[in-house]
Design a protein around this ligand. Structure first.
Ligand code: IPE
Ligand code: IPE
Ligand code: MG
Length: 242
């Protein structure tokens, strides 16, 4: 017994923009610009395949350590892309959510985030979570601190309610492009039982065919959540016959 044909929630570490640009003797920011187009294509493709939640890693807590020109280029691109893309995303039924530490973001970026979230809040077709100034460790710490502040016990169930992705179920499939085999402080808590798919393709080159390969790989696997294969088969047969 294998998985549903399509994962409900796909999360992606969009890595490889810089190398995509380097290969073409272009500045790194050109790769990031191409990365925005790749994200638009990917969101449309996810929607067309019946995926209901897409979570992408756009800027990590650690990415502030990059050269100052690259960081400011990324901030400008982010604000610009938000302004340009929101009307279409709104028309397409996409609900945009920004996940990450908002402290330290400029007023311009914050305003873009707030406007985009407000404009698309009523949409239900596809939830697009953009992890920006996000780190898995930050997320776990902010969640635990919130529970403590509210005088609540730090339990797994309680944590799941205050983590940054509390509005969606955990990702079924986590994809990383760019060839690196690491998590880089992405969804540390939420990916506890996700299936992983790594591809050498650089993010700007990640297209529909690549998404289909990742989905097919996911579909062919058996998720056991700690149980034995026999137990999983047995439960699947029970639910089919009831
Ligand atoms: C990922 O691409 C995008 C961000 C981290 C903002 P990179 O910029 O890390 O691309 P490479 O890994 O240098 O190719
Ligand atoms: C992860 O990519 C972060 C994003 C894609 C936003 P990095 O390029 O920052 O990861 P490392 O530094 O190679 O681990
Ligand atoms: Mg990288």
């Amino acid at each position: 017994m294998t998985n549903d044909p399509v994962p409900h929630h796909v999360a992606i570490v969009m890595d490889g923009n810089g190398r995509w640009a380097n290969k073409r003797f272009l500045p790194r920011i050109a790769g990031h610009k191409q990365g925005v187009d790749s994200l638009k294509r990917c969101a449309r493709a996810c929607d067309a395949r019946g995926i209901r939640v897409l979570t992408v890693f756009a800027f990590s807590s650690e990415n502030w350590q990059r050269p100052v020109e690259e960081v400011s280029g990324l901030m400008d691109l982010f604000a610009f892309a938000l302004g340009r893309e929101v009307p279409q995303l709104k028309a397409d039924g996409v609900q945009l959510r920004f996940v990450g530490d908002r402290l330290g973001l400029s007023v311009r970026v914050l305003r873009g985030i707030e406007e985009a979230e407000a404009a698309t809040a009523a949409n239900t077709r596809l939830i697009l979570n953009v992890c920006f100034n996000y780190g898995g460790r930050w997320d776990i710490v902010q969640a635990a601190a919130r529970l403590v502040q509210q005088g609540l016990a730090v339990t797994e169930a309680g944590m799941s309610q205050v983590l940054a992705l509390a509005h969606v179920p955990d990702p079924d499939l986590v994809i990383r492009t760019g060839g690196e085999l690491r998590i880089s402080n992405f969804l540390l808590w939420q990916s506890a039982y996700s299936e992983f798919f790594f591809t050498d393709l650089l993010w700007p080159d990640f297209d529909e065919a690549a998404l289909d390969l990742a989905i097919a790989s996911y579909t062919g696997r058996q998720r056991r959540f700690g149980k034995t294969a026999d137990q999983v088969e047995f439960h699947a047969n029970q639910s089919h016959s009831s």
